[in-house]
Design a protein around this ligand. Sequence first.
Ligand SMILES: Cc1ncc(COP(=O)(O)O)c(C=O)c1O
Length: 321
Amino acid sequence: MDQTTATQASKPLPAVSDRHVDPHAYPEGIAFLDGQYLPMSQAKISVLDWGFLHSDATYDTVHVWDGRFFRLDLHLDRFFGGLEKLRMAIPFDRDGVAEILHNCVALSGHRAAYVEMLCTRGASPTFSRDPRQAINRFMAFAVPFGSVANAEQLQRGLHVAISDKVRIPPASIDPAIKNYHWLDLVRGLYEAYDRNADSAVILDFNGNVAEGPGFNVFAVKAGRVRTPALGVLPGITRRTVFDLCAELNIPAEAGDLGVTELRSADEVFITSTAGGIMAATRIDGALVAEGKIGPITRTLTDLYWKKHQDPAWSLAVPYAD
Ligand SMILES: Cc1ncc(COP(=O)(O)O)c(C=O)c1O
């Protein structure tokens, strides 16, 4: 017997609790799990869930602004597309999921909310290695709206650092399946913090710009807007930028975006449901053009937020009051 085992043998075994008491705090909100609506603090999954153990999950995030969902249909399309590709099944159709999301937001009372729908592979009762034995689990929740950029960063523009991590290639994980494979993004984020930047831009396998932790990247040069075509999540905000550019007659295209092109752009902005359209005014410490939020970024941002009131783009949440 080694020393550790000997000490353990002399100690009485700890008691097994009959339920879990969670010492952590969570934001105010409402979750849907296993047919029940719960406060966020009660929304828990098993440690044996494949979503947790293997990142075997897909999700989507839509936001509510001023009491209205923004482009919910597009988020539902992407979510159901991911489910199909991952061969997951949930006991709700699109209308059923939309109703659950509306209920989570209305019950939370949040007028500005970050609303997530997700499905994990789930767990099998026998801890089988076969994913077909797992019972897929659908969940949803609504918490207060959150942004990639805080108020100061929105006002001055984000300072980003170009990471030396490579975004997981599309041949490995289809980026159209919105997923939690975030280790490259999170490591890029820490690298950015170490270099006094607010966030990271991650490159693709060919050394071109890919995306960042929770956002797509755009460059503006001589009035033309450009964003990477491949190896990135087809963001709904990215798609919205194309729609807004079409309306405003601003030329916009998806294609390779080189690092030199990004550094020498007239304007750089990022897009995410978590914050909308946000300017980036420094890259690796150097100013983007004059280091100010550019006119195209401003025009697109203003129209983006205006569209949140437009019934063609948004849907009212039926709050109780
Ligand atoms: C990796 C990644 N890229 C881009 C985005 C932006 O997508 P959307 O505009 O749909 O929020 C996200 C959003 O979470 C993301 O996780």
